[in-house]
Design a protein around this ligand. Sequence first.
Ligand SMILES: Cc1cc2nc3c(=O)[nH]c(=O)nc-3n(C[C@H](O)[C@H](O)[C@H](O)COP(=O)(O)O)c2cc1C
Length: 315
Amino acid sequence: MGVKKGNSLAVNIGGIRMKNPVMTASGTFGYGAEYSRLIDINKLGAIVTKTITIKPRQGNPVPRLVETPSGIINSIGLQNVGIEVFLREKLPFLRKLKTRVIVSIAGNRMEDYVKLAGILDGEKIDGIELNISCPNVKGGIKSAGRTGAGLFAQDAGISSELVSRVRRATVLPLIVKLSPNVTDISGIAAGVEAAGADAIALVNTFRAMVINVDNRRPVIAGGTGGLSGPAIRPLAVRLVWETVKAVKVPVIGIGGIMNTNDALEFIIAGAGAVSVGTGIFVDPQIPLKIIRGLKEYLSENRLTGIGEIKGALKI
Ligand SMILES: Cc1cc2nc3c(=O)[nH]c(=O)nc-3n(C[C@H](O)[C@H](O)[C@H](O)COP(=O)(O)O)c2cc1C
């Protein structure tokens, strides 16, 4: 897929050249095919697949989704078909698309990420996203001699060690997806950049809880889940803004993006691209509406390219 010269929305995210900066977020767009009748996928800048693990996973027990004011809490638990079925049954469809295809991967051990990246390295995809920030997987992280209850993305040392090991397993562009559930995002972002990340995506969901006061139980079967949607947007914008200041690689802004204005907030904060997640469930056309809206914004403001407003925050 060539990027047209003079295309004002074209961006380069860590070596992935996209015709526009609008993507779909992992876990909210399946493996693409599910949405092919609802939206012209070829118009998107890129799609990120549901996170794939080595073995298939059934995910967490239900209920694992609950609506909250301006958001949802999910605890899907990385339900997915596993890498074998993905390569055999899902990737052929994705390969035919005229958009960039980024495959999200995860595991419980660093070796899982290394193995998956090695397998994908030989495939015709445009990049790999390391989901080191899913809040809904039990068992915690395991790495050489260390076991923690948290996420890879909650420890600067562990996340950069993971990225440097995966870096050696693939030449594909590597996007690292960070967690908002941290005290200081800058150190973690700088660490994964130094370890070889080509781009950083954030945010994944915020750990959250809803309680049913009648039976006094958490509504989500596993107790907690991850909050997404408009409720988290201002938090995500702040985290993206801080990350942009800490790294040189492009940052993909994610969190509650429902319209062009929301996308612009992230871009003005410094994001090189944006991803729509929960918004897809509300209206699968949202990403395409945002692409049109960004074009209009550029022409109304007499701007020649999206790069002119990237990081243009007056502060
Ligand atoms: C139902 C659901 C499933 C998700 N699954 C994944 C996943 O498999 N991998 C991942 O990296 N993020 C996953 N996410 C997180 C989203 O990609 C995104 O980072 C988050 O929802 C914030 O964006 P949003 O507010 O636009 O939804 C999931 C989110 C939702 C709502």
